[in-house]
Ligand binder design. Structure first.
Ligand code: SAH
Length: 360
């Protein structure tokens, strides 16, 4: 029996074993994906849950070295989708029976921003007749703000740790109060305290990132007992600090391979959590989201941001869906899901089974 075969049959997920799985090739690699498919089939089934994604604003007060919408990028035109436009997007999600939606933004901490999100949450409850699941992805906020948004109708929150390794974290962010590893970690724990279905994730294939770092990331997620995960490949953006290290970035193929393995391993480690097939996967390779679904993901987030604004929400270069309002149409999403051998779930919130069991 090969080492990989042994690790998989014993479900031995210490750091060394995870590294072995991340480096697996050929038949061993196939075994990993087969096991992930088996686990997914048993614990999740082949349903894909949908979340209409609204990229609400690219205003951001941070300067993360990898991200295209950082405050110091003066080339960018800043936008905030207006409430009537947001209501239209909510209506679209509701009419298409997607069951859930996600509001994602740059990072802003202010009373007026808190209020804007709160008003959107009220609008979601009103338009969706209280049936839509709501995920927020609006960065680090005070526990008071998290509580307020929860009370206003939010169910889930995605806050990626980006990298669980402190040293790498500070290579990716300026080392100052606004970009503090411990504060981000505290924020994640606060979300759990507030009772959110809590998600985190990392970027994969970053300059300076090692396979050991990625193994630690998976262990971090398990230790934190997260309910959801969104992770995907790092993609360069020319107007960012990190761009100068572009030669240290693994090839697209390697980043896709690592991302798929991360999803597959996490699926086996945390069987009943929700895992997203992210847009970044799609950016690196056509069909990337299908591949993620096959590897173990079960969540898809069709973009419902008004087309006008999409170009300005460029976290990284070559982001798809720009200028193509129909790119993520119901039809194309449905075809994608079928290609992955899955079925789209309509009219269900698609809450994390892990969370549902956890709170019982
Ligand atoms: N401001 C919110 C949402 C950020 S955007 C927050 O901090 O939680 C959502 C995610 O996009 C980020 O968490 C990051 O992981 C990812 N992202 C940003 N720049 C990226 C890049 N260059 N390549 C790949 N993913 C990127």
């Amino acid at each position: 029996m090969s080492t990989v075969c042994q690790i998989l049959s014993e479900e031995r997920f210490d750091k060394e074993s995870i590294v072995t799985l991340l480096m697996s090739e050929g038949n061993d690699r196939e075994l990993l994906f087969a096991k992930a498919a088996e686990v997914k089939h048993e614990y999740i089934g082949n349903k894909v849950h949908l979340r209409g994604l609204i990229e609400l604003t690219n205003h951001c007060t941070k300067n993360c070295h990898y991200c295209g919408i950082g405050a110091s990028n003066k080339k960018l035109q800043r936008f905030m989708v207006s409430l009537p436009e947001v209501e239209e997007a909510i209506q679209f999600t509701y009419a298409n029976n997607y069951g859930s939606l996600v509001i994602q933004t740059g990072e802003i901490q202010s009373e007026s921003f808190t209020q804007i999100i709160e008003d959107i949450l009220f609008a979601i409850t009103r338009i969706g007749k209280g049936k839509l699941g709501v995920t927020l992805s609006c960065g680090e906020q005070s526990i008071r703000t998290y509580r307020r948004w929860k009370a206003a109708g939010a169910h889930r929150y995605l806050l990626r740790i980006e990298s669980s390794d402190r040293n790498l974290y500070y290579k990716l962010h300026p080392n100052n109060k606004k970009h503090n590893y411990h504060i981000r970690l505290e924020a994640l724990k606060n979300l759990q305290k507030c009772g959110y279905q809590t998600g985190t994730g990392v970027m994969i294939g970053l300059p300076f990132q090692t396979i050991e770092n990625l193994a630690d990331d998976l262990l971090f997620m398990r230790n934190l007992n997260i309910d959801m995960c969104g992770m995907g490949p790092y993609i360069e953006h020319v107007d960012t600090e990190l761009y100068k290290y572009k030669d240290l970035v693994p090839t697209k193929k390697a980043r896709i391979d690592l991302s798929l393995k991360m999803i597959a391993i996490l699926r086996i480690m945390m069987k009943d959590i929700n895992i997203a097939a992210t847009t970044a996967m799609q950016t690196l390779v056509d069909g990337g989201r299908e591949m993620a679904l096959v590897a173990g993901a079960n969540i898809l987030m069709p973009n419902t941001t008004p087309g006008l604004y999409r170009e300005q929400y460029a976290l990284y270069n070559d982001k798809p869906g720009i200028n193509e309002e129909a790119e993520d149409s119901k039809q194309s999403i449905e075809k994608l899901i079928i290609r992955a051998g899955c079925v789209a779930s309509y009219g269900e919130q698609g809450n994390s089974i892990h969370y549902t069991k956890r709170i019982k």
